[in-house]
Write a protein that binds this ligand. Structure first.
Ligand SMILES: Nc1ncnc2c1ncn2[C@@H]1O[C@H](COP(=O)(O)OP(=O)(O)OP(=O)(O)O)[C@@H](O)[C@H]1O
Length: 236
C-alpha cells in the first residue's frame, strides 16, 4: 500500500533548482533510505513531502507524515520532561494555551512505549543521551499516529551501538507505516533498509539494495571515481 507518493517533483530554493523530476513512492511496511551527497536535496525532498517547500511542478499525495528533524534543530536545554517533550508534538491539535487532556497524555505514553522509553517518561530531557534524545524526537513524531515517518539524518553524532539500536527500532516501526530516512551512513542503509533511493537533485536509482550493485550508479550519485573508498565500503 502506497502511503506517500511524490511524482515529477521540481522544487527551487532561493531561485536555484534543487529537485528535478523526483518520483518517490513510500509503502507501508517498508524502511526506505534516502542517500546522496551533501547538497543533493535530501532535506528539501523531506520538506517537500511535508508540504513545507513550494513545488514548481509535480504532486505529493498521501496521508500525513510525522517528521523527525535533525537533532541539533531541537532545543534540549529547556526544563521539560520526556513526556512533555513528546506531548509538544500535539501542540497543533491541543492548541498552544489549552491544557492537554487525558487522551493526549495517553497518546504521548503510547508513543513512548513504541520507542521503548516508557521508563524514562518523567526524566528531564536535558539528562538524556544522544540516542535517547533521538528516540524522544521519534516519539514526538509518532504521537499523531502518522502513516509515514520521515527521519532526517538520525544517526549524526551517535556511536555504533546507539545507531544499531535505532536502526532496529526504525525497522520495527516500518512494520505498520512507511519509514523514510535520509542518511550518510551508506553501509548501515544497505544492510538494514528494504529500499534505497539514490538522489542527486534527481533520483539516480531506487529499489532494493540487492538490485543497486552497479558501481556506475554509486559513482554518478556521489560524484566519485572508480578508486573511491565508498565503493570498497559498499562492496560494489
Ligand atoms: N533556504 C535556502 N535557500 C537557498 N538554497 C538553499 C536553501 N536551503 C538549502 N539550499 C540549497 O539547496 C541544496 C540542497 O540542500 P539540502 O539541504 O536539501 O541537501 P541535503 O542533501 O539535505 O544536504 P546535506 O546532506 O548536506 O544535509 C543545497 O545546494 C543547498 O545549498
Amino acid at each position: 500500500m502506497i502511503a506517500l507518493e511524490m511524482t515529477g517533483v521540481d522544487a527551487d530554493l532561493g531561485g536555484r533548482p534543487v529537485l528535478r523530476d523526483v518520483t518517490v513512492r513510500l509503502r507501508k511496511g517498508e524502511f526506505t533510505a534516502l542517500l546522496g551527497p551533501n547538497g543533493a536535496g535530501k532535506t528539501t525532498l523531506i520538506r517537500a513531502a511535508l508540504g513545507l517547500v513550494p513545488l514548481r511542478a509535480g504532486t505529493v499525495t498521501g496521508g500525513g507524515a510525522g517528521y523527525v528533524p535533525q537533532r541539533h534543530e531541537f532545543t534540549w536545554d529547556f526544563p521539560a520532561s520526556v513526556e512533555e517533550a513528546v506531548l509538544s508534538g500535539l501542540v497543533r491539535r491541543i492548541g498552544l494555551l489549552r491544557r492537554p487532556r487525558v487522551e493526549h497524555w495517553q497518546a504521548a505514553w503510547r508513543a513512548l512505549d513504541q520507542v521503548h522509553l516508557a521508563d524514562l517518561r518523567k526524566r528531564p530531557v536535558g539528562e538524556l543521551s544522544g540516542g535517547q534524545r533521538q528516540r524522544v524526537l521519534v516519539a514526538r513524531a509518532l504521537v499523531l499516529s502518522p502513516p509515514v515517518l520521515l527521519l532526517d539524518e538520525p544517526f549524526t553524532g551517535l556511536d555504533m551501538p546507539a545507531q544499531e539500536t535505532l536502526s532496529e527500532l526504525f525497522a520495527e516501526l516500518s512494520a505498520d507505516r512507511a519509514v523514510l530516512m535520509a542518511t550518510h551512513d551508506l553501509v548501515a542503509a544497505v544492510h538494514t533498509c528494504d529500499r534505497l533511493v539514490l538522489l542527486n537533485r534527481t533520483v539516480i536509482a531506487s529499489g532494493p539494495p540487492a538490485d543497486i550493485r552497479d558501481p556506475e550508479i554509486w559513482m554518478r550519485t556521489f560524484s566519485v571515481g572508480p578508486g573511491s573508498h565508498l565503493l570498497k565500503a559498499l562492496g560494489v
